[in-house]
Design a protein around this ligand. Structure first.
Ligand code: HEC
Length: 97
């Protein structure tokens, strides 16, 4: 009973933004970031764009790339502002793990 309660509380109370961000990175965003970028924490090993694990962009820099595109990278106009925010914060954090 007790472990199950903990699991339930964890699921209910902690917003799983990291998990949402990871899924957006791996497959939710189209085309998926992982096709082009390496991000060790997400198990991504794309080589078209810079390695985000090495670049370690802050969230504002990621957000800018998502909104406007940069070089060969398209703008992600189909993502909602909230998805962009979650994804940006995830990449900033995961690149430093
Ligand atoms: C088609 C391949 C491609 C995809 C898909 C892609 N990128 Fe990129 N990305 C690039 C390339 C190439 C660059 C380098 C652009 C340049 O500096 O000219 C880049 C640059 C970046 C940068 C650095 C921006 C800067 O200010 O230097 C970030 C952060 C980034 N991408 C995040 C993402 C995220 C998050 C996604 C998924 C939503 C994504 N990328 C999807 C190719 C891609």
């Amino acid at each position: 009973m007790y472990p199950r309660l903990c699991l339930f509380r964890g699921w209910l109370l902690l917003p799983p933004n990291d998990e949402v961000g990871k899924q957006l990175f791996l497959k939710g965003a189209t085309p998926a970031c992982a096709i082009c970028h390496t991000l060790d924490a997400a198990g991504a090993a794309g080589a078209v764009g810079p390695s985000l694990t090495e670049l370690q962009p802050d969230a504002a820099r990621v957000l800018n790339a998502l909104k406007n595109g940069i070089g060969q990278m398209p703008a992600y106009t189909s993502l909602t502002p909230e998805q962009m925010q979650i994804l940006s914060e995830y990449v900033a954090k995961a690149s430093r793990e």
